[in-house]
Design a binder for this molecule. Sequence first.
Ligand code: SF4
Length: 444
Amino acid sequence: MSAETLSTFPMGGIHPREAKELTKKISTEVMPPPSKIRLFLKQHVGAPCKPLVKKKDEVSEGDVVASVEKMGANLHSGVTGKVKSIANALHPMVGNARAVVIAADPEAEPRSYSPIDWTQLSREEMLAKIKDAGVVGLGGAGFPAGFKLDVRPDVKLDTLILNGAECEPYLTSDNRVMVEYPKDIVEGAKIMLKILGINYCAIGIENNKPDAIEALNRAIADTPKNGYRIVVKPLKVKYPQGSADQIMQAVTGRARPSGVRSSVIGIILQNVYTTKAIYDAVALGKPLYERIVTITGKGIKRPANVMVKVGTSIAEIVDYLGGTTPDLAKAIVGGPMMGFAVSTLDIPITKTTSGVLFLTKDEIDTKPHLPCVSCGFCVDVCPMGLEPNNVSVYVEAGRGDDTEEFGVDDCFLCGSCAYVCPAKRPLVQFMMMAKNDLREAQKK
Ligand code: SF4
């Protein structure tokens, strides 16, 4: 089975198109502030934050509550209220993790922001605002945006790509951002172009989002050009396409050599939602403390796109949407291909949570996994040409197999291999274990 076939194949009993339709056209609604938020001290690539507050401190919406001196991203409170504790909380991926817990004042007025003329700001001033605002890659990677944009002057760039592919079934939060905030995205693109000192930006959007393509084309036509060339590139619908390598190839035809950054081939890549967050940080002075999350699947009573404060418990969002259905079988934080199944809903949303899926039995595959039948489907489908069922060779060889162009480092956990495997082997978990083993081996 090829990657091409996978793009049109039903996922877990529900067709990808049908899965997106559950929420694609539903406008974002703003959930009232939750009773409390729990902010993990590390929800980004880099060093964890250190708390700047202590128990019983009063905080206002937008206040910095934890910061980091090295590469990382500051944390801000999305609510006005009182610090209850700094304690462990259940994390969807790493078990327990330290978090600042803040009880919200239900009577507090929401904070408002007004735009400034950002064109008067210098590159350094804009970078400082993005770093201060704690902006990270919202497509899932969590890389601090201010550090990604702080490229050395000797690196030759020519293209900024905005990733609006959102290829995972079910997820529609990026789609809603593009439809509802196209002008902010175009302004965010201009801010980044000014920081990077280049003038070309291509926005890659899959063809199944015609409303987003239209909204962004209109916003581009309506904005003064100022010497910048910003274009929308409609892309074929396929999975995976949202990873850095796939979208760079789809938009520019350029391939990144293994083990180097995209800037080596002249490209900086940013997610469309991150671009809006960059506009908020620079033009509005608004930190990243809330985000749109797709809450969907046949197992939730009211599927929706909801603007929630970072740190809101999934359980509170579920209550707000009227609860789950009696036939709920599985909850997944993230998309169906790259997300993580969770056993409790008492887990907070992080900056990188794009969706939570509530799936019924007919949306999931419950068959137990079996021994490998050596069919080779996983190798055929892997966009990096890896052998997911034979990961030990990569770990033993160091960074990668010496006969292969790509190594286990290049696996971006798209889940295509696990999806096509007829024996239903947990191949993504194998890849994750191999990545860990490799990291340990490299430390020695
Ligand atoms: S090995 Fe990694 S990149 Fe390749 S198909 Fe599996 S998850 Fe995707």
